[in-house]
Write a protein of this length. Sequence first.
Length: 228
Amino acid sequence: MNTDTVEIWHGNIAAEDAHYQDYWHVLDAAEQAHADVIKNDLLRKRYVIVRGRLRNVLAKTLNEPPEKISIKKAEHGKPYLADTPGLAFNLSHSSDAMVIAVGWNCRLGVDIESCKPRSSLAGLVEKCFAEEEIAYWSRLTEAEKTAGFYRFWTRKEAFVKATGRGIALGLNHCVINPENQTEFLRVPAGYGPASTWHVLDIALGQGACSALVTDKDGFEVRLIELAA
């Protein structure tokens, strides 16, 4: 993997994946224990498949066996590689879709959402959007509001995941420029100028909205379909 490249791996999660047992066997003891306490059968299978696929991606990048990779969690829960801290990675999944981002010597976050209409969108906008974003979203037509919401939401989620803080950082403090939605107007103090952060849409087809946020400069993106 070229150090100037960010790889975006994407695919669908099938609960009856023929490789389920292979995924299970590459998980570490903590991941297997976590899977065991998930009571919902579908959610448990999805967890195992997602974690197994993540390990397979990292294994290909590092040329190591997937079961030997040591994944730890930082103070606020963001996973990192104990033996290769220079390799950043992040994953997201929604319904049957998943995406994994991998890049060297940077901070990055990725988010994917199923773009389904929700009666709670206006309330989420009021709570999680800044004034400029609220004003822009409110001017959209009813037909545009669902997709418009998820474009902002995935960018915000990807940013807070890149920082390692998650939504506790305050989504309304991570402000997308409505006039140029590939950049931030403001980010919380301590994370550098807003111009440090770059936003990229990930085109994964109808019904899904996905975004990458990173502080890596001059990078190329390689989109790769996940295989078993």
